[in-house]
Write a protein that binds this ligand. Structure first.
Ligand code: ACO
Length: 312
């Protein structure tokens, strides 16, 4: 029992903040940010724009793309680390805002920047078990809520946005979510975490080192498990944190850079939304075509890391 991708959607806030905008409010330069991270701009939500607002728009766009309504969805899994409310979940709030009537289950997973891989892993288990027919996966983050505008070492790295993917059960195990792996190492807590007063504590160089080891580790694990090599993969969509991390992972995997989809320059790091937004961008820009094989490695706070193999 497998699945197939039937719809995608994305939402990015209208407000774009460039590196030059940062130059005006803190001691930084466009050159520093571009050379260390590859980031040129990020979308920042309005003060009154919530994670749920962004997630609802991305979800509706995915439903429209799939020609479905919310009641065609049997389960909703949301990857988010920045919900405004402790409860109920963002997933249940999306159901309410889209007027769902089927009492379908909805919940959030918190895997930080690996959140969307944790969501795909969870969806795969439900498809494999034959429990649900259609599952929508949403990645939605308002990282700007955690930005300390006085800390130049973290403020420039993040952005806001939401993406949604809809998968449908299929008899083919070679399409949709083909395989997933997720891992965690709680001893890495000090390297990167958010505080209760909404600050990001990060050891940048150590986080960098673990990211360039962990994403290739998960990617190799998935390829070995699936019996494929990098040559069989059409695109790698790594978690979009930093262009140098992405290029180093590509080098370690001996994967050509022109097959790595990059959005970090435009979106910055949108954490649990990053891979979902990047896949939607890949379709909308015409880079990704239906039928292609995508390798999806991610890494984030926790530490957490993992990968998914998807045929779109
Ligand atoms: N503008 C100008 N200078 C800066 C800025 C800035 N925005 N931020 C830091 N600096 C300065 C530092 O103060 C330091 O100055 P000093 O030498 O006088 O003390 C200098 O630049 C070098 O700082 P480093 O932290 O050593 O710089 P590094 O080359 O490691 O780059 C960076 C920092 C970009 C954060 C890098 O370590 C990195 O990308 N790490 C991964 C972090 C990450 O991506 N986290 C996101 C979440 S995890 C994930 O999604 C994978």
């Amino acid at each position: 029992m497998g699945s197939r991708l039937v719809g995608y959607g994305a939402y990015l806030p209208d407000r774009i903040m460039t590196n030059t905008d940062f130059e005006r409010i803190m001691d930084t330069t466009d050159d520093w940010i571009v050379s260390r991270t590859g980031i040129r701009q990020r979308h920042i939500a309005r003060d009154d724009e919530t994670v749920v607002d962004m997630a609802v728009i991305a979800s509706q766009r995915a439903l429209d793309n799939a020609h479905l309504t919310i009641d065609d969805i049997d389960m909703l899994i949301v990857a988010t680390t920045t919900p405004e409310l402790d409860f109920p979940s963002v997933g249940v709030q999306i159901l309410g805002r889209l007027s769902a009537t089927k009492n379908q289950p909805a919940f959030d997973v918190r895997g930080a920047c690996t959140g969307y891989i944790y969501a795909l892993h969870t969806a795969r288990a439900f498809f494999t078990a034959g429990i649900h027919k259609r599952i929508m996966i949403v990645g939605a983050e308002k990282m700007s809520r955690f930005i300390d505008w006085g800390d130049r070492s973290t403020a420039v790295l993040f952005g806001d946005g939401a993406g949604a993917l809809i998968f449908e059960r299929s008899s083919s195990s070679y399409s949709g979510i083909i395989d997933t792996v997720v891992m965690a190492d709680g001893t890495g807590f000090d390297m990167l975490h958010g505080t209760s007063d909404h600050k990001i504590i990060m050891n940048g160089p150590e986080t960098y080192k673990r990211a360039v080891m962990s994403m290739p580790h998960a990617a190799r694990y998935i390829m070995e498990h699936a019996g494929i090599t990098a040559n069989d993969v059409d695109w790698i969509i790594p978690h979009q944190a930093n262009l140098r991390i992405i290029e180093s992972c590509a080098q370690r995997l001996e994967f050509p850079l022109d097959k790595i989809l990059v959005t970090v320059d435009k979106h910055a790091n949108t954490s649990g939304a990053s891979g979902v937004l990047a896949l939607a961008y890949g379709f909308e820009s015409g880079m990704i075509e239906h039928g292609q094989l995508i390798l999806y490695p991610a890494f984030g706070s926790g530490l957490t890391w993992g990968a998914a193999l998807i045929r779109v």
